[in-house]
Design a protein around this ligand. Structure first.
Ligand SMILES: Nc1ncnc2c1ncn2[C@@H]1O[C@H](COP(=O)(O)OP(=O)(O)OP(=O)(O)O)[C@@H](O)[C@H]1O
Ligand SMILES: N[C@@H](CCO)C(=O)O
Length: 307
């Protein structure tokens, strides 16, 4: 149950005095989710989603909320943040940063169909195009510098084979950067559990809290590595193709992006192999982390190295 911060009815009533979304009716904790406390908020004007952020700092929140507003206004399926009467999107509850966003229909899936991959790929391309109208920038906190520093921190915990693989791959990526490729705002974590689906169609992307500047093909590779990954840690050709076709139905990849694609998949493997290794070897104190298997991305990386 991912409700770490309990919000009382009185606290919620008080917060709602700053919004024009009707009178408080009830709050219902949402079981899914790992990092934050999420609730369905029922008011006399409808149902919304309330998030109380457990790790994000208050000053970091406005960027992500303005981004979601910009994207939702530009036809990207994602929750629209609800502004307070004074125009501010971010709020505070129980001393923590919080926000209210529109509720989307749909649910995530662990086993996508090709049609769902196609729809998600198309929406990702739409997001990349729409993001070009967003004026603010955010550096990627989990890219080359981060994985280089993290590999040094992880070195004592890895066996020599894994450490050698990781270090050589980081060296390869340093020699093959993506700076020359089309870039802009990327989601950077578009795994299956961050997309709500309504039948075969995307109802909305959620969890924009790793969104940052990056190359579009890297973002595409992050998503395909999860959407098309099979239990044997190889990619399903049909799911991958459907995702790529969906993406390219909206934004065809350039010749340079197609040339770089395999390297982008490798970079995406390193990103999540390393973050999962850090979660495993350095669990944050007091954090209820559901450790995800780091080795799936090590194994997937090796399939791309062999390609
Ligand atoms: N805008 C929304 N509309 C409908 N349901 C939502 C919305 N936002 C979140 N949810 C529901 O809440 C669940 C938890 O949200 P989310 O995955 O963002 O949790 P988190 O703890 O904030 O992040 P994470 O699990 O990635 O650490 C989602 O699986 C989804 O079911
Ligand atoms: N999507 C990530 C977790 C959140 O960043 C993973 O599966 O490792």
């Amino acid at each position: 149950m991912s409700v770490y911060t309990s919000v009382s009815d009185d606290e919620m009533r008080q917060l709602l005095t700053h919004y024009a979304i009707g009178e408080f009716q009830s709050l219902q904790g949402i079981a899914q989710g790992i990092t934050n406390s999420n609730y369905f908020l029922h008011t006399t004007s409808g149902t919304y989603v309330l998030t109380v952020f457990e790790a994000l700092q208050a000053h970091e929140l406005p960027f992500f909320l303005k981004l979601k507003q910009n994207l939702s206004e530009n036809g990207v399926a994602c929750p629209a943040p609800i502004a307070q009467i004074n125009g501010q999107f971010d709020a505070q509850l129980a001393g923590k940063p919080a926000c209210i966003v529109s509720k989307l229909s749909g649910r995530d899936t662990a086993s996508p169909t090709t049609a769902q991959c196609h729809s998600t790929g198309a929406m990702l391309a739409k997001m990349h195009l729409a993001g070009t109208t967003f004026p603010e920038k955010m550096d990627n906190p989990r890219h080359a510098d981060w994985w280089t520093t993290s590999a040094a921190k992880l070195a004592p915990y890895l066996d020599s084979q894994d450490l050698d693989l990781l270090n050589k791959e980081i060296e390869f990526l340093a020699q093959n950067p993506d700076h020359h490729l089309p870039s802009g705002i990327i989601h950077a974590d578009l795994f299956k559990d961050n997309v709500l689906l309504d039948g075969e169609q995307v109802a909305g992307f959620i969890d924009f809290y790793y969104a940052c500047q990056g190359s579009f093909v890297y973002d595409l590779a992050i998503a395909v590595n999860d959407w098309a990954r099979l239990a044997n840690n190889k990619l399903d050709t049909q799911l991958k193709q459907a995702f790529m076709d969906g993406y390219q139905s909206v934004r065809p990849l350039t010749a340079d992006e197609l040339t770089y694609l395999n390297t982008a998949h490798r970079a995406a493997c390193v990103r999540f192999w390393v973050s999962r290794l850090l979660d495993f070897h350095f669990p944050a104190a007091g954090e209820l982390t559901f450790i995800k298997d780091p080795n799936v991305f090590r194994d997937l990386l090796q399939t791309f190295q062999a390609a």
